[in-house]
Design a binder for this molecule. Structure first.
Ligand SMILES: [Zn+2]
Length: 396
């Protein structure tokens, strides 16, 4: 016996069948691109399985086990991982005219330049962001001269609130946050006051502040008290002095409190002073895992321990992270940090068709920290292709 609802839906189905049988049978769906047969990992919908992905007009049109229909271009992804386009929230991409195109080849379909320039030369990084093929934006260094060999804010007068405010007001679309670099060799004993001024600027525009932690003069609890919801702590694995754990390996209560109120914790691989395997081991063991991965990318990254974003994503697999966790830290989570990425970091139907193809290789892989120590991992991700807004990017 059918109940009333079942009867009505059966009747509706029958009616559909009666009225449109011929057109239905003859119709072949046409897509712009179909990515076939890859292992699709999309943490935004907890998906990990072999799927096809169809793309139309720059957006994800379907994700299914076997998509019928034709496409102008088919990408064979068998044996590869197919994940949302990678979002790297700590790079120096905008230092270089060719930066955006270089990281795009690694699967990076969204980037943030974290404070390469301050108020005095912000136009240079904004120009690179403006012409970037993928969404790219900049954080303004609170030090008006940007990154300086002698230390961005060693001279406290360089942390100029009104200069930073004017620069942001003139470039609201492209400056999406403020960066404060706080290590002793960057800010000296000025760290607290530099951070206070940076937060004064960021708060007045309601935008995030990213701090570069590690080897500060001031203890972290004093600095973290100034962080608000949505701010980002980069270089979270920096070794002592002033790491996020104490000598006995406990995460500082002020660090846990910061996470509870919505402060993000970011890897920030980089090259000097930011990551040391023993500190990583302690922090991972304490269960304080990163929200986001990032490279701190520069044009020399291919020849340093950074290599590329997929390499940085592979480094914590030996500390208990799954492939899916690692992908979430490079897609779903960074998409939540800046509004420009709010519809990205996902392969859900309707999302912009930004896709990274990766190869997951098994073997023995050496991963370098910033102190010439290596660990050996059993798996490593390699870049293998990029689709941006539904267009395949050639790998040069
Ligand atoms: Zn950096």
């Amino acid at each position: 016996m059918l109940n009333r609802r079942q009867f009505l839906s059966a009747a509706a189905a029958a009616a559909t069948f009666v009225h449109v049988p011929r057109t239905f049978a003859a119709q072949t769906t046409r897509y712009d691109v179909i990515i076939r047969g890859g292992r699709v990992i999309d943490p935004s919908v907890r998906l990990d399985g072999i799927r096809d992905i169809a793309i139309s007009q720059g957006r994800i049109a379907a994700v299914d086990a076997a998509i019928t229909g034709e496409a102008a271009e088919t990408i064979d992804a068998r044996g590869k991982l197919v994940v949302p386009g990678l979002i790297d929230i700590h790079t120096h991409t905008a230092r270089y005219a060719e930066g955006p195109a270089l990281v795009l080849r690694d699967g990076v379909t969204g980037w943030i330049d974290a404070g390469s320039q301050g108020a005095d030369h912000i136009a240079e990084t904004v120009a690179v962001a403006r012409s970037s093929p993928q969404p790219g934006r900049v954080l303004i260094n609170i030090g008006r001269g940007g990154i300086l060999p002698e230390g961005d804010t060693m001279d406290l007068a360089r942390a100029n609130v009104s200069a930073a405010r004017d620069a942001i007001a003139k470039n609201r679309e492209f400056i999406v946050g403020v960066k404060a670099r706080l290590s002793e060799n960057v800010a000296g004993a000025n760290d607290y006051e530099v951070l206070r001024r940076a937060q004064e600027v960021a708060s007045s525009f309601g935008i995030p502040l990213m701090i570069h932690m590690g080897q500060t003069v001031s203890p972290l609890p004093r600095l973290f008290a100034l962080l608000k919801r949505g701010d980002i702590v980069t270089h979270m694995f920096a070794p002592p002095p002033n790491s996020i754990v104490d000598e006995s390996g406990r995460v500082l209560p002020e660090v846990l409190a910061a996470r509870r109120r919505g402060v993000w914790f970011d890897l920030g691989n980089g090259q000097n002073g930011h990551i040391r395997w023993d500190t990583v081991g302690t922090i991972m063991k304490a269960g304080f895992w990163p929200d986001t991965f990032s490279t701190d990318w520069n044009t020399n990254s291919p020849s340093t321990g950074v290599v590329d974003f997929p390499n940085c994503m592979s480094k914590l697999l030996g500390y208990g992270m799954t492939i899916s966790d690692a992908i979430a830290c490079a897609t779903l989570n960074p998409a939540r940090t800046f509004p420009l990425f709010s519809d990205r970091g996902t392969l859900n139907v309707g999302a912009p068709a930004d896709v990274a193809l990766l190869e997951l290789r098994e073997g023995n892989f050496d991963f370098l920290d910033n102190y010439k120590n290596t660990i050996t991992g059993r798996q490593r991700l390699f870049p293998s292709g990029t689709v941006l807004g539904g267009k395949r990017i050639p790998r040069a």
